[in-house]
Design a protein around this ligand. Structure first.
Ligand code: HEC
Ligand SMILES: *[C@@H]1O[C@H](CO)[C@@H](O)[C@H](O)[C@H]1NC(C)=O
Length: 308
């Protein structure tokens, strides 16, 4: 890349263009000395690139405006913003909601019990959580598969053995894995929250098939998942009143953490990086001024030698 750019413009840097007036050499990529074909080529490339970008932007926007679904309202999450961490009490409550409600249908196959340690639970608590589930393991010495209580290193078990079983139990619809759902859906946790709290009666003229429910936030409006979050649909160990919106908020925060467990570390790194790079930038700026000071304050004068 650099070599190509150098070949196109490099030869012109520092080149002398006919010595017109005081403009002796051009320290720039000024197009003055380019051949016609090069100018044409670069303008064509520019126009094509710009056009492609504009087209992509326009397509994205128009799809946004003409979709069949309602746009989720942007919620004031406590982890919004560059320097905010996740609300870990909320993540813990969200885990409780997943465990008591969503786990019946949705897998969370990329999250392991060890991931909970020091995030939502202590190590002992996480071990107890793991021990509550049975994990299929094996083969043992006789070649048989067996079930054993979970360990910290186990991943969350899936409610169904395979996709066909999941579909058979849900009217043909597949409850997707929730590990990455926040990153996998437009709107992220805003969408999850709106979806879980947005169930309504279908408007006039919308006919739903057997087993479908109406949710304006779901593309198309007809979703196979029924409303699952009602007041007191789950129980919190910390005594927080379990209203439907509280449950939805906590499970959305929990799913955000599942999708992006490194979020807190990343935010911490942002603070460090801004600190380090702004200090470095200040030093570099000072050093640059220092190095150029003698050049910039220099005055060149032509002093003719006087003829005697
Ligand atoms: C009774 C089973 C069941 C339960 C319980 C359940 N779901 Fe679902 N869920 C489904 C099914 C089935 C679908 C697929 C819907 C479809 O494709 O029409 C689904 C789809 C979803 C989707 C994806 C929507 C999309 O955009 O594709 C999300 C997110 C979701 N569920 C979240 C949850 C959460 C969070 C909970 C717990 C609070 C939960 N579900 C509880 C059955 C369930
Ligand atoms: C969790 O935190 C405790 C106390 O700070 C620490 O001793 C332990 O190593 C941590 N565990 C993990 C898995 O990070």
């Amino acid at each position: 890349m650099a070599a190509t750019v150098g070949r196109i413009c490099g030869a012109r840097l520092l080149k002398n263009y006919g010595l017109v007036g005081p403009q002796v050499c051009q320290l720039s990529t000024n197009a003055q000395g380019w051949t016609k074909s090069r100018k044409l080529l670069l303008s064509t490339l520019g126009v094509i690139g710009g056009g492609a970008g504009a087209l992509l932007f326009a397509l994205e926007q128009s799809v946004d405006a003409s979709g069949t679904e309602a746009h989720p309202y942007h919620q004031p999450w406590s982890h919004n913003g560059w320097f905010q961490s996740l609300d870990h009490a909320s993540v813990r409550r969200g885990y409780e909601v997943y465990k008591q409600v969503c786990k019946a249908c949705h897998s969370l196959q990329y999250v392991a019990f060890r991931n909970l340690v020091n995030v939502t639970h202590t190590e002992a608590e996480a071990k107890a959580e793991a021990a509550e589930v049975m994990i299929k393991d094996g083969p043992d010495e006789e070649g048989n598969y067996f079930e054993r209580p979970g360990k910290l290193s186990d991943y969350f078990p899936s409610p169904y053995p395979n996709e066909n079983a999941a579909r058979a139990a849900n009217n043909g619809a597949y409850p997707p894995d929730l590990s990455l759902i926040v990153l996998g859906r437009k709107g992220g946790e805003d969408y999850i929250f709106s979806l879980l709290t947005g169930y309504t009666d279908p408007p006039a003229g919308v006919a739903l098939r057997e087993g479908q429910n109406y949710n304006p936030y779901f593309p198309g409006g007809a979703i196979a998942m029924a409303q699952v979050l009602f007041d007191e649909a789950a129980e919190y160990s910390d005594g927080t009143p379990a209203t439907a919106s509280q449950l939805a908020k906590d499970v959305s925060t929990f799913l955000r953490w599942c999708s992006e467990p490194e979020l807190d570390d990343r935010r911490l790194m942002t603070i460090k990086a801004i600190g380090i790079f702004s200090t470095l930038a200040a030093i570099v700026y000072y050093y640059k001024r220092h190095k150029w000071s003698s050049l910039k304050s220099r005055k060149l004068a032509y002093k003719p030698v006087s003829k005697k």
